[in-house]
Design a protein around this ligand. Structure first.
Ligand code: SF4
Ligand code: SF4
Ligand code: SF4
Length: 472
């Protein structure tokens, strides 16, 4: 059975005007129910993490955009294909035709295990080398989002370490030797005095919007790190443009290729213009250069398949394995960002190493922390004993630090998975040091921008109720 074709629409006039829960610039109405096709089966309302869908069984439903966190789970689970997505395929195709513009594809980890479904292959077919070469044929250069995910994890795990050093070890600064005789040096740990543990992950924009709308008290706990896509955009427009591609940064057009509808929203957030700021401050572009975003457009996995089809490119005709080029290198830690527990596991590897002075393989074979994996559990909790370096032992009065972590595997219907976790944090009774939240069940693999199998994915997952009601 092939994948379901999802209808799309272009950005309508006024979509960035702001209003309600949207700031000027932020795209509104990325996911919409088409009343002509909705039969009122109620599936979407019973799955929505944010209580944003209105309508009774048998009646046309609608999305309350002010409540919506743009995860797209309603879209991928609507059995009648009645939910549509704003798409930028036309705009990207125009840019690809413009010879002055360097178009950069920033490819998220979950895209490569899903896009082959759009070309008739079984779910999970790995598509990396052939995806790069198909993108090259379409006119893109590549910036691996996994490479950016590696950067994110170094930043996010370092931030977590700083908070552990400040809040648990009672240090004002931290200096330790890490791999390859390098030094990790963190001065001024007192900057974390208003950012208590536990630390939440920040890479899922639907989760960030959920916290902003429903639990602003938890915001000081969310990591200050930008998501991998929002780290890739500025790096591509600065280091990539100036040092690697030697192209005018103003003519670099970055396209996030994402499994996610919320990433379309994230790219439109007005604070994400770091490249524009840095390039002006350092004299690479004139002071009066109009503001430009770090990410110019986002294509979902489905959108990219549509772009390939329009260009007559069959992804599956390319060779799978080829030697990686610039920005095509990355680690396994970046790759596992695409699944629930992946960000947590990647961060734990670094935290373990710094606190113990050992590789995690000393206690956990092949750097795997299997305790935090669990696609079928709504919330995974784990305690990881970390043998401490001698200099840290006397600070905590123990040879071992027990790192307590939690993975929220999908926010859950109307926040059912996340609410008890957040309420404990806000009340100051949480036992955790680090909490990963992915809005979509299973993580980005099951994101709202992925190919839609008519048999669904999320709604047959045992973590969720079976909500399908077919009207008589
Ligand atoms: S899931 Fe059912 S109620 Fe929701 S949009 Fe689709 S047809 Fe309408
Ligand atoms: S499921 Fe997600 S995208 Fe759909 S209405 Fe709810 S919050 Fe919005
Ligand atoms: S879990 Fe991944 S796909 Fe789903 S909303 Fe978050 S970032 Fe997007």
């Amino acid at each position: 059975m092939g994948v379901m074709k999802i209808r799309t629409f272009k950005e309508p006039p006024g979509a960035r005007a702001g209003g309600g829960t949207y700031r000027p610039g932020e795209l509104k109405g990325i996911v919409q129910i088409n009343p002509k096709h909705c039969v009122g089966c109620d599936t979407c309302r019973r799955l929505c993490s944010a209580g944003a869908i209105e309508g009774e069984f048998g009646v046309t439903h609608r999305i309350n955009l002010d409540k919506c966190i743009i995860c797209g789970q309603c879209l991928v689970n609507c059995p009648f294909g009645a939910i549509e997505q704003m798409s930028f395929v036309d705009e990207v195709m125009q840019k690809l035709k413009d010879k002055d513009t360097l178009v950069v594809a920033i490819i998220a980890p979950a895209v490569r295990v899903a896009i082959a479904e759009e070309f008739g292959k079984p779910p999970g077919t790995l598509t990396v080398g052939r995806l790069y070469r198909a993108l090259n044929k379409a006119g893109f250069v590549i910036y691996e989002n996994n490479y950016a995910a590696d950067q994110t994890i170094m930043e996010e795990a370092t931030e977590l370490l700083g908070k552990i050093a400040y809040w648990i070890l009672g240090l004002k600064k931290l200096e330790v030797e890490i791999w390859g005789n390098r030094k990790l040096k963190l001065d001024n740990l007192e900057r974390f005095k208003d950012e208590p543990l536990p630390q939440f992950t920040s890479c899922c924009p639907a989760w960030v919007r959920y916290a902003e709308l429903y639990y602003p008290a938890v915001l000081p706990h969310i990591s200050s790190c930008d998501s991998p896509m929002q780290m890739a955009g500025p790096t591509a427009k600065t280091y990539g443009a100036l040092k690697v591609w030697k192209h005018d940064p103003r003519k670099v057009y970055t396209v996030g290729i994402m499994p996610c509808t919320a990433k379309i929203f994230e790219a439109s957030r007005p604070e994400f213009c770091h490249a524009w700021k840095w390039l002006r401050e350092h004299g690479y572009i004139p002071e009066d250069t109009p503001k430009f975003p770090d990410i110019d457009a986002v294509l979902t996995t489905r959108d990219l398949a549509e772009l390939f089809r329009r260009l007559g490119i069959n992804l599956m005709e390319f060779e799978e394995s080829e030697k990686p080029k610039d920005f095509e290198w990355y680690s396994g830690g970046g790759t596992i960002f695409g699944t629930s527990g992946g960000v947590m596991e990647a961060a734990m590897r670094f935290v373990y190493h710094v606190l113990s002075g050992q590789d995690p393989s000393a206690c956990s074979p092949k750097w795997n922390f299997k305790q935090v994996r669990g696609y079928t559990h709504p919330v995974v909790k784990a305690t990881v004993p970390i043998p401490l370096r001698p200099e840290f032992r006397k600070l905590v009065g123990s040879d071992v630090f027990e790192l307590k972590v939690c993975v929220v595997n999908g926010i859950g219907t109307d926040g059912s998975h996340i609410k008890p976790i957040i309420e404990d944090v806000v009340a100051g009774r949480s036992e955790f040091h680090f909490i990963e939240v992915m809005t979509c069940p299973g993580g980005c693999l099951d994101g709202g921008g992925q190919p839609v199998n008519p048999m669904g994915t999320s709604w047959i997952d045992p973590v969720l109720p079976l909500p399908l009601n077919i009207p008589p």
